[in-house]
Write a new protein. Structure first.
Length: 101
């Protein structure tokens, strides 16, 4: 009986993890929703890609990297912090600091 539940539990884990990853990935068509929320045609392919990568044993970080490599940095809601994006990340802090001067 336990062996019968095993594939179901594994699929539930894959589905939950895929939903978690999908919440952090922007829909390329609408741009304002995650692929978990969007109904655009492209999200079907992206959700499948994420599930396939999870089934292959890839980490979330690996999946985000693959999506970023294939579709560009804008596909992720939280782009990486590096020297190119530092100004964008730090501008709200510097703007607040300037208000107090």
């Amino acid at each position: 009986m336990e062996n019968e539940e095993d594939p179901v539990k594994k699929q539930q884990i894959v589905d939950a993890r895929a939903r978690n990853v999908s919440h952090n990935v922007r829909c390329l068509e609408c741009g304002s929703q995650s692929i978990e929320e969007s109904q655009a045609d492209i999200v079907v392919l992206l959700r499948k890609l994420i599930r396939d990568e999870i089934k292959l044993g890839k980490s979330n970080k690996d999946i985000y990297k693959k999506l970023e490599d294939e579709y560009g940095e804008m596909i992720l809601y939280a782009p990486k912090f590096d020297w190119q994006t530092a100004a964008s990340w730090l501008s709200p802090v510097s703007n607040q600091f300037n208000l107090f001067l």
